[in-house]
Design a protein around this ligand. Sequence first.
Ligand code: NAP
Length: 227
Amino acid sequence: MNIVVTGAGRGIGLGFVQHYLAKGANVWACYYSDKSKLDEIASSKLKTIRWDVAEELSEDFINQSDFPGSINLLINNAGVYGPNKEAGQSLDNIRADAMLDVLNINCLGPIRVVQGLKSRLVAASGKIANISSKMGSVEDNTSGGCYAYRASKACLINVSKSMAIDLAPFNVSVITLHPGWVKTDMTNQSGLIDVATSAAGMTEVIQNIDTYTPGAFVAFDGKLIPY
Ligand SMILES: NC(=O)c1ccc[n+]([C@@H]2O[C@H](COP(=O)([O-])OP(=O)(O)OC[C@H]3O[C@@H](n4cnc5c(N)ncnc54)[C@H](OP(=O)(O)O)[C@@H]3O)[C@@H](O)[C@H]2O)c1
């Protein structure tokens, strides 16, 4: 089983890496700025590749990287919150450059990654899990604000649905996931669940991907989220 995880250097991405290595899978862990936590893992089944998903995709990068010819599972996990909740993402303060940066990483990033790895996912009739957030749900938005993050994750839910439809003829299954409120740097460790619980729950959902409508939006506990 060949698995690619983006944003794998810390937080939930690192949790996925640890989970799948423990299950005996081969994992290509894509990191952005720091791979020190990945270097601490002693496993011949782990490969690390630097991938900034905000950058335009280059054919050379994919061809020269050590990705396998067939990929069973891609987890588009890399993401940012963006400017500070109170100061930077209020109606008065949100600015185009900040909003576009967040959109570029959280929504265009997964598109670039899928564009780069599509043929390898098709070769394995693989699965794609796009990590969005309940904060991208319009129905769940009762507190307003967070313009950049909410919009980027709503955009990803929609993009993920299109991917699910477009890749179904190639036998590639796509699901959109909400990890729960997780104790990571993004939440200043203030979440309700730890990374291992979130990753374990989401991997179970991924395992049962065929029981969900293509592109469904599902939480780590298997519950559908209206969006
Ligand atoms: N934590 C939660 O409660 C929660 C809830 C809902 C959704 N999520 C989503 O779950 C995913 C993981 O979140 P987390 O809590 O683990 O966040 P985190 O601890 O802040 O980790 C974010 C990861 O994304 C990477 N990243 C940032 N910019 C990148 C770029 N341009 N290219 C590639 N990788 C990049 C970071 O790399 P560096 O270490 O190099 O910066 C890091 O590995 C995100 O998509 C997030 O929106 C989290």
